[in-house]
Design a protein around this ligand. Structure first.
Ligand code: PGA
Length: 255
């Protein structure tokens, strides 16, 4: 079975209500090719407005994080039920900025992912090595460890995002070969954790300075099934160009 590409925009701490609505109206007005699943992940406060603009459209709505409990004394956190009430269907979990700046661990990322899935969200689970780890030759070891918490998750509600930390927001992207090597490794690892057949259907996205200029090359790799886009997702023209690149790849695969 072919894997429908996913192009997901991670807006990070950008775009309040007014700016989010404006961006999404422009995105919906842009011509949308078939064959690509498009998702946007605005900040929490912009989710209700985003849900209103996106209602009835094919663009999915995601949050940038989600807590592992349904309610309680967890200052600053948001539960799956709260997100679902707004029409959110996706959540990014374990982003490297959460890991490096806010103390997220493999274990807490795993807990978030499990709860989010159990309550009906599709999880975009992020992992990736730092520059120090890559230079030390431990990239695959790190990815293997980070992926371990995916054991037992529902493959049908799981998207994995390989995001080398050194490529995020730096303008320096992984080469197509580096991305393919990591993605192929992750797919083998998912095979061990989830079973071979389900792992073959899990979309593995590349993230880290993915832009219109490098999208074709990265998305052409056999195990690269789309992208998690930060900076370029804030610009409708750039984001649309990446969506079109993913649609070209999907069309070529069908031939
Ligand atoms: P970037 O961010 O595209 O700006 O590098 C990617 C991400 O953090 O998901």
């Amino acid at each position: 079975m072919g894997r429908t590409p996913v192009i997901a925009g991670n807006w990070k701490m950008h775009k309040g209500v007014a700016a989010a609505s404006e961006l999404l109206e422009k995105l919906l007005a842009a011509p949308h090719p078939d064959g690509v699943e498009v998702v946007v992940c605005p900040p929490f406060t912009s989710l209700p407005a985003a849900a209103m603009v996106l209602a009835g459209s094919a663009v999915g709505l995601g949050a940038q994080n989600v807590h592992w409990e349904s309610e309680g004394a967890y200052t600053g956190e948001v539960s799956t039920a709260m997100l679902r009430e707004l029409g959110v269907e996706w959540a990014i979990v374990g982003h490297s900025e959460r890991r490096t700046l806010f103390g997220e661990s493999d274990e807490t990322a795993g807990r978030r992912a499990r709860r989010a899935q159990a309550e009906g969200l599709t999880v975009i689970f992020c992992l990736g090595e730092t520059l120090v780890e890559r230079e030390a030759g431990t990239t695959l070891e790190v990815l293997g460890r980070q992926a371990a918490v995916l054991e037992g998750l529902d493959p049908s509600r799981l998207v994995v995002a390989y995001e080398p930390v050194w490529a995020i927001g730096t303008g320096v992207n992984a080469t197509a070969e580096q991305a393919q090597e990591a993605h192929a490794f992750l797919r083998r690892r998912l095979g061990e954790l989830l079973g071979q057949a389900p792992a073959a259907d899990v979309r593995i996205l590349y993230g880290g300075s993915l832009k219109p200029g490098n999208a074709d090359e990265l998305l052409a790799q056999v195990d690269v099934d789309g992208g998690l886009i930060g900076g370029a997702s804030l610009d409708v023209d750039a984001f649309s160009a990446i969506i079109r690149a993913a649609a070209r790849r999907a069309a070529e695969e069908k031939k």
